[in-house]
Write a protein that binds this ligand. Structure first.
Ligand SMILES: [Zn+2]
Length: 398
């Protein structure tokens, strides 16, 4: 932080000095500011000599005249302060810029956008929303950027309906222009899908089942393979007593290449136990294991084999699997079976605990780890970026 402050001060001193020199050489400048330059400049140095770095930064910032040549410097300075968490000072800089009469409409819009970013960083979402709504209405240049930030505001407020409306506008405008709606960040189509799933889950909480289903189905419009929407519909169909239709949606999830997780296995078990075919869980696991040779599926398959046909075929299956696809958790499971026959010691308990720990989720984007899936990462706020990395033993392979 000390180095950052020193660097910031050096840049400011140079920027003010350069601006003042240019001004003396006749470039167009704000006359009122030019007359104030020297006193604020020296005031800044006084603060610096007294060791008051924060006041020095403020004084140099005030000394830096606002005009076409220095606007970017002010905006960059505000942005640096915002990223350092000094949001109040960033807001002050950007609000001061708005008082300058000589800014063009585009420059004013640019400052509005920066101020909205400051308000979002400060958690002042209402104020950010107002600025961004106005900006989206008034500026064709900044409309898409303002709307992307509006998505951040509505997400923070959990206003999923408004977020979905804005996402739909971004998508339809991009479609009309033959462009991608991706812009910065995640694809808007993916975001809209999650906003609809959020609304579906709220509808389910209110027992508005038909409305919930319509949200899920709408979510699949732009994302036909989406895991969350298909899982939602599978659970919905199961709750309505239609296990075959629930399994159809589960099949789409497994066919889409997404890794199996403990929560998926639990849903599959629930769907199959609601079905009339008593071997459906086993045959489904065999089918999915053909698609992905995950240790989680192999162990679930072995457990079901053991339940239906006995321990021996289950162990044979695991040994065959281990030969083709080496896995610490499958080896430990086999060792545990042998151990159980001859011991009840603490080593058995430790191994059993390790094998039952199957809660290893991690965000691909920021590395956040957790014991459950979040559709939006609590660390980086990305959607659907948290994936299952396997149980405690399986993670030893990585
Ligand atoms: Zn993350």
């Amino acid at each position: 932080m000390i180095l950052n402050n020193a660097l910031l001060l050096l840049l400011l001193v140079l920027a003010v000095a350069a601006g003042w020199t240019l001004g003396r050489n006749g470039l167009r400048m704000d006359i009122a500011d030019r007359s104030q330059l020297p006193s604020q400049y020296y005031r800044g140095f006084n603060f610096l000599l007294d060791g008051e770095e924060e006041d020095a930064v403020d004084a140099f910032t005030e000394a830096l005249a606002v005009n076409e040549e220095t606007l970017d410097t002010h905006i960059a300075l505000g942005s640096v302060l915002r990223k350092r968490g000094e949001v109040d000072r960033a807001i002050r800089i950007h609000q001061n810029l708005l008082k300058r009469p000589q800014l063009s409409a585009v420059q004013l819009h640019q400052v509005h956008l920066e101020l909205a970013r400051d308000f979002i960083a400060a958690g002042l979402h209402d104020r950010a929303e107002q600025l961004l709504v106005d900006l989206a209405a008034q500026s064709t240049e900044f409309m898409a950027t303002a709307q992307r930030h509006l998505l951040d505001v509505y997400e923070a407020q959990r206003d999923w309906q408004s977020a979905e409306d804005i996402a739909a506008q971004l998508i339809s405008r991009a479609d009309a222009e033959g462009l991608s709606a991706t812009g910065h960040g995640q694809p808007v189509e993916q975001l809209r899908c999650h906003y609809l799933c959020e609304q579906a889950e709220l509808a389910l909480e209110r027992s508005e089942d038909a409305l919930a289903l319509s949200y899920y189905e709408e979510a699949l419009r732009d994302q036909p393979q989406d895991l969350r929407a298909h899982l939602g519909i599978a659970r919905w169909q199961l709750a309505q007593g239609d296990a075959p239709r629930a399994l159809e949606h589960f099949d789409i999830v497994m066919g889409s290449g997404r890794s199996c997780t403990p929560e998926l296995l639990e849903l599959l078990r629930d769907i199959c136990s609601a079905h009339s075919d008593s071997r459906l869980y086993l045959s489904s696991l065999e089918r999915y294991y053909e698609l992905q040779h995950s240790p989680l599926l192999a162990l679930a398959l072995a457990a079901e084999l053991s339940r239906l046909e006995g321990r021996e075929p289950a162990d044979d299956f695991l040994r065959g699997s281990l030969e083709k696809y080496p896995s610490v958790s499958i080896a430990a499971s086999l060792a545990l079976t042998a151990l159980r026959a001859e011991s009840t010691g603490p080593e058995l308990e430790v191994l059993e605990r390790l094998l039952s720990d199957d809660e290893g989720y991690q965000c691909d984007h920021c590395g956040f780890t957790g014991r459950a899936r979040h559709w939006r990462c609590p660390g980086c706020r990305h959607w659907d970026s948290i994936h299952y990395r396997g149980g405690a033993l399986e993670r030893l392979n990585a």
